[in-house]
Structure formats: C-alpha cells, structure tokens
Design a protein around this ligand. Sequence first.
Ligand code: HGY
Ligand code: MN
Ligand code: MN
Length: 412
Amino acid sequence: MSFDRLWADLLPVGRSADDGGYHRYTWAGADTDARAWFTEAATTRGLDVRTDRNGNLWAWWGAPGPGAVATGSHLDSVPNGGAFDGPLGVVGALAAVDELRSRGFTPDRSLAVGVFVEEEGGRFGVPCLGSRLATGGIDPARARGLTDAAGTTWAEAMAAAGLDPDGIGADPDLIGMFDVFVELHVEQGRALADTAHPVGVASSIWPHGRWRMDFTGRADHAGTTRLLDRADPMLPLAHTILAARALAEEHEARATVAKAHITPNGTNAIPSLVSAWLDARAADQDALAAVVDGVREAADRAARDHGVALAVAAESTTPLVEFSHDLRDRLAGIVADRVPESAGPVPILPTGAGHDAGVLSAHVPTAMLYVRNPTGVSHSPREWADPEDGRAGVVALADVLSDLLSAPGRTT
Ligand code: HGY
Ligand code: MN
Ligand code: MN
C-alpha cells in the first residue's frame, strides 16, 4: 500500500523542528509546498489536477463532469497543529486510488480528490473558507478583504500565489458535478480509542461559530494611573473568559477564548484595545445560543463596569450538520464488512469539529469516515493515529469509493 510512502513524503512539510507542530498557512510557504506535493503526487498517478476559481485543488480520475464522486480534505493547519488533521484525508484519498487500481478496479464514474483552502481559518480567520466560497456561503468581497496578522488581505495573498482573487465566489458548475462527497479524517476525540474499531462513521457536526470581541479602553501608565481612573480592557476580557467557561459547563457546551491581541501590548502600559475571539460550540442551536448570548451579556456588563466600550461581531457561524442518513448507514455497512462481529457495531459519531464536508452537506450528500486517534488530541503536535489504523482508513475509503464509483448493480 502506498499510504506509508505518501505519508512520509508529506510529513516534513511545514513541521517545526522543536516540537513537531505544523505551520501551514494558506498561500504561504509550507502550505504552498504542501499543495505542490499534492499536485506532483496526483499528476504522477495520471490524475488531471485543476485549481478551481477559489484556489481549491481537484485531482480528477476520469473526465470532470456530472455524476462524479468527490473525496479529499485540507492541508492547511492551525498554528502548531498536528500532522493528521486534514492530511490524513488527502494522503488517504491518493492511497485509496492506488488501492483501487491494485484491485484492478475501474470506476464507472469520475472521482475528484479535493484539497480545500483555508479549512482552519488559521491565517485569515474564517474556517472552511474554500468550501464556503465554492458553495456561495460567504460574500466574495468580504473574503477578499479578510486580513492576516500582518494586515495582508486574502486578495493580496491569493494574487501573490499567482491566482485571480477577482474570480472567487460560488462555483455551482463545480459543486453541481458532485453526486456525493466523502471525507476521511482523524478522529478529534477518543470515542474510537477504546474500541476494536479503527474506523468510525460521522453522524453530525455540532452547530458552532467564532465571535470577535473588541474591548476599547484608555491607554495609560500602569504605575501612575489610580485604579478609579482606569478604563482597562483586560478586566472585562478576564470576566468574559471565566463567564464563557461557566456557561459552557452549564450548557454542556464548549466555549474557548484562545486568541487575543493586546494593543499596545506593553508591560507597563494599560492597553487601549484588546481584541479576543470566542469559539463556541454546542450539541444543538438552543444551547449554543444560550452560551453565546450569555457571554455577550457578561462581556457587556463587565465592559460597562470598567468604562470600556465593547463591539462583538460574528466572524463565522455553522448550523447543525446532520450527514445524509442513507450515506451514513451505507458507509457503516461497508466498514462493518472489515471488522469481526465481536467488535460490535461500527461507531456512528457526532463531533464538535467543523469540516468542509459539513459546509458541502447543504449542497451535496456528504459523509465522513473517522480514523482512530488513541490520544484523542487534535490541533496539537500530540495528535496521533497509528500507521496501521491509517492504512485501515485507506482500505475503508477505498471500499466506500469502490461502492460509490460503481454503477448500480455492479458486483465486482
Ligand atoms: O475548528 C474546527 O473545528 C476545524 O478544525 N476547522
Ligand atoms: Mn482542524
Ligand atoms: Mn480538519
């Protein structure tokens, strides 16, 4: 199986020498190298590699056109991310093509292996940007104006990569070609870890989103300004972070403030502005709304108490995704064929993690296969999948693609 070779080739791209974390940010160095690696690996397999109007890559086995099956994932990472989140689905898809060919399989329909841009939103702040653009889920003008930490816009970075930012936007002709999309992904949790199942099937994605909070205070001297004279934005932020945690506990949800920009960020200068991002997720929309509304109320109250102005903006929101039940059950049946009865039923798993498959699911029947992650950790260098389970994921994806790429009634 070619999985190990493909995996070893991609592994060093964007990997930091100190703790093995990944730094692959869309249109920048390592991500560009990873895209080049994909293009080369696909081309040597005789796949026809095309870049769509939004910069997503598609490697075609068969002529592009209606009735196609699509698979793939992403190659960009969160800052200091893990090796598997995204790449497992891209490497796995190429290895699955090799696996199908080694079985002598010839597809009755075309297959497109996709690499979506900016799935993590790690550079420009909006996750699944490539799939949101392709499905008309974000205003192209807004996307063009998104900026990274250095103030570079999506348009500037995309143009520097040799693509035309004026062409971005909904791509119904492309999306309309796909009858189905299946994404292979490392599990971002431990639901499979203690089972005899190397592969599980996704059931749903929690509603979730990102909100930017700007606390505007008054810059002043840390050593001479009396407490009653201060408008220190750090204090309402501190209250808000603790409120988010309490609300997450109350609603059995997830709420995290993991990114903040402090201006001017000097040890002895009370900040003029603190910008922070809330990542909130919950099993249902009502619980999510309760958490987000509660955080907003707490932030408003704390800002008022400290004479600080507050602006809150939703940067990306994703509703509950319920994957196609037919596809979910069809995949579970196919995966079950490879595991002993004694293992019990194939786990069908909800997740709090967003994916391009989730964005596509409003337009194309989609499904996801998860590969066991013994650590359960993700978005960290500690993310892990045993090579044997990675290969089991490839076999499962190949089995699924063999089924989906075969005309109804075909048995070989
Ligand atoms: O944030 C997420 O859930 C995904 O990794 N983009
Ligand atoms: Mn991720
Ligand atoms: Mn991912």
